[in-house]
Structures are given as structure tokens and as C-alpha cells.
Design a protein around this ligand. Structure first.
Ligand SMILES: NC(=O)c1ccc[n+]([C@@H]2O[C@H](COP(=O)([O-])OP(=O)(O)OC[C@H]3O[C@@H](n4cnc5c(N)ncnc54)[C@H](OP(=O)(O)O)[C@@H]3O)[C@@H](O)[C@H]2O)c1
Length: 342
């Protein structure tokens, strides 16, 4: 899908939402909303006129200075999810043209660092990024859905299809089924033919049931999943939320050669556990940008096999950016909060 070229005039400056200092806990007052220069694309980069982006936990975690060791240059422009129009190409970009509608997650290969960077930076009217992170957006995939699914969906897909290697009739537990990643992971595991149990609060249980249709929902405030006999002999567990004890409990619920996958930072020490466990796989992982996986997500959504629910749409204004962060931090969301540019 292409936008008429005469609509693609690039200004010298544009609005961006960024912070100059990290502050714990994350504080919307540290966000500035100002005119900044549009950055000319270097080799391998493009400028995208943004249509939609969305907010992910990593945004407010980095604002608060966490996770430790994830140093990033300041000032830092928020936002990783991209849906927009290519308006300028740097040297050597061959798979995209000016006018192409694109989507993706501006993230690196298992790390925050994008080759030919920078990462993030999508809460900006004209965002300059590596062309490598972008997929063509099929016209049937709405821009709002594309922006909502990219980071969370890539994470869910890599967990379910790669690290958990979910197969038909597998017995699977997904901790945190109401989060953006969890909802998508349940749907993907069900689509692969697995039996899926999940945890969430009573606030979100009906929502999760309707959207993702897991086989068993456990209210984590009422029951300890690791004490439930129904959850013995699991093939795999995906901890999208957990604490430092999650892996210790998980180990005893998984069958021999089972798989434990975590994307929650408090479980990062799982990487230090010796590999001589009875499990086939146990690791903390960080998503890797992968345009093929983005294309899979697009096909699943267009084919009606994956539903990314939008919770609320916020305008790209100073108030809109502050409100989306407050909304996310208030733990009242169900589905994805998105930012709409003009
Ligand atoms: N490593 C990676 O590559 C990677 C990638 C993406 C995300 N992540 C991380 O994965 C986590 C989930 O991300 P997300 O985008 O899915 O988050 P999200 O959409 O912001 O999830 C929010 C929902 O999670 C639920 N929740 C909160 N605490 C919970 C708990 N202890 N157990 C179960 N559910 C809980 C809450 O609903 P309830 O009312 O149901 O509790 C809340 O509405 C975040 O920590 C994020 O930073 C990591």
C-alpha cells in the first residue's frame, strides 16, 4: 500500500516525547514534549512518518532506570512499536521505497541495541530508524493493530513457537494471561493445538476468557498454581510475570525434558542455573527483532487467527503521552494502549 508522494513533505523539526534523566519510580513529569530536529537517515536507515505507536512496560521501566545495566543514551525518545509511512531512504536501502506503509518493532537482536540504531524513538512524528526492523504492512492489517502487536507479538511468538516449541496436545502454562504478551501467547499456543492454563486476577479473568479462550484460568490471588495437581507434568511454562521463586516452583511442575521460558526480568537469574536439570530448556530471553516473525503476526491477524485488543487510543500530544503512561502504570488496562499521530 502506498501513500501519494506529494503528501510526503518532510519538515526540519517535529514533535517528540523524550526524557533527559531517569527517575525511579517512573514519573510522567520527567517526559518532555518538544520540537526536535528530524534526523537525516544514514546508510541503511529510513525516516518513517508515524501513524501509530504503543506503550510497552519497557518504556516505563527504562524511564525509571531499570533494568540495571541497560544503559541507553539520554535524552531518550520513548516508543518501540512502529506503524507509519516511509518518507525518506538512506543509502543502500533496497527492500523499501518512499510511500511504503510499514510496521515493526525498533529493537535489536535479543538486546536493546539495534544494529545501525538507534532503538526506540517512535514517539516522534518523523522517526529515523534502521530499515532492517521494518516489514511491509499489508493493507488488510490496520495500522493501529500493527503498532499494538509488534513488540508484544514478536515476544509471544518467539516464546511459543521457538523456545517452548509448542506442539499439538502439549500441556502448557502461561503465567500472566491478561498482559499483552500473555494474551497473544495463549492464542498462539491454542492455535497450535495445546491445552493452555493461565494466571490472571479476577479483574481480568472474563476478558482473558473472551479474548484468548484458555482451557483453565487461575486467579493468582486465590490459588497457587504450583500447588495444583491439574498442572503436574506440564510440557512447558512461559512466565511473562513471575518473581525470583517462579523457576523453583516451575521445575517441579514440568515433566522431564520440559521447557521453562521467562521474559520477566526478575527471572533473569534463571540463566545462571546449571544446564544439568531434567529440563530440555530453561532460560530468560529477550525478544529479537525479526521481520519474518512480524510478517507471521500480520498473517495471523489478517487471517482472523490472532486478536490484539486495543484498550485505549491516546493522541500524540503532551497530555496524550502523559495519560498513556499513567494509564499503563495504574494497572487498569485490558489490551494495548496506543498512541495515534495525525
Ligand atoms: N524480555 C522481553 O523480551 C520482554 C518483551 C516483552 C515484555 N516483557 C516483559 O513481560 C512482562 C509482560 O509484558 P506485557 O506487555 O504483557 O505487560 P502488560 O500488557 O503491561 O501487562 C499488564 C497486565 O499484567 C497483569 N499482571 C500484573 N502483575 C501480574 C502478575 N504478578 N501475575 C499475572 N499477571 C499480572 C495485570 O493484570 P491482572 O489484573 O490480571 O493482574 C496487568 O493488567 C513485563 O514485565 C515486560 O517488561 C519482556
Amino acid at each position: 500500500m502506498q501513500t501519494p508522494l506529494h503528501d510526503l513533505v518532510i519538515p526540519q523539526v517535529c514533535k517528540a516525547a523524550f526524557y533527559e534523566k531517569t527517575r525511579a519510580p517512573a514519573d510522567v513529569d520527567s517526559v518532555q514534549f518538544l520540537d526536535v530536529p528530524v534526523i537525516q537517515p544514514l546508510e541503511g536507515q529510513v525516516i518513517v512518518k508515524m501513524r501509530y505507536s504503543s506503550l510497552n512496560p519497557v518504556d516505563w521501566k527504562l524511564m525509571s532506570g531499570a533494568p540495571p545495566g541497560w544503559g541507553h543514551d539520554l535524552p531518550f525518545v520513548l516508543g518501540y512499536d512502529v506503524a507509519g509511512t516511509v518518507v525518506a531512504l538512506g543509502e543502500g536501502v533496497t527492500h523499501l521505497r518512499v510511500g511504503h506503509e510499514v510496521f515493526g518493532v525498533n529493537w535489536g537482536d535479543g538486546s536493546h541495541k539495534v544494529e545501525g540504531g538507534p532503538s526506540g524513538g517512535c514517539f516522534k512524528e518523523y522517526a529515523t530508524m534502521s530499515a532492517k526492523v521494518l516489514s511491509l504492512r499489508p493493507p488488510e492489517l490496520w495500522a493501529v493493530k500493527a503498532a499494538a502487536v509488534s513488540l508484544a507479538g514478536t515476544t509471544a511468538y518467539q516464546a511459543v513457537a521457538q523456545h517452548m516449541d509448542v506442539k499439538k496436545k502439549d500441556k502448557v502454562l502461561i503465567l500472566g494471561g491478561s498482559g499483552a504478551v500473555g494474551q497473544l501467547a495463549i492464542q498462539m499456543a491454542k492455535e497450535l493445538g495445546a491445552w493452555v492454563a493461565t494466571t490472571c486476577s479476577s479483574r481480568t479473568a472474563d476478558f482473558v476468557k473472551k479474548i484468548a479462550q484458555p482451557d483453565l484460568i487461575i486467579d493468582y490471588n486465590e490459588q497457587n498454581w504450583y500447588k495444583m495437581q491439574e498442572l503436574d507434568n506440564l510440557d512447558s511454562i512461559f512466565a511473562t510475570f513471575g518473581d525470583i521463586t517462579t523457576f523453583q516452583h516451575a521445575e517441579y511442575k514440568l515433566k522431564d525434558e520440559g521447557r521453562y521460558v521467562s521474559n520477566s526480568d526478575c527471572d533473569a537469574p534463571v540463566a545462571l542455573i546449571p544446564k544439568d536439570k531434567h529440563l530440555k530448556y530453561h532460560a530468560f530471553f529477550c525478544l529479537s527483532n525479526n521481520t519474518e516473525h512480524q510478517d507471521v503476526l500480520a498473517n495471523l491477524i489478517v487471517g482472523g487467527k490472532l486478536n490484539q485488543v486495543i484498550c485505549e487510543e491516546f493522541p500524540f500530544t503532551e497530555a496524550g503521552v502523559k495519560c498513556i503512561i499513567e494509564k499503563q502504570l495504574s494497572n487498569t488496562s485490558m489490551g494495548k494502549n496506543v498512541i495515534k499521530f495525525d
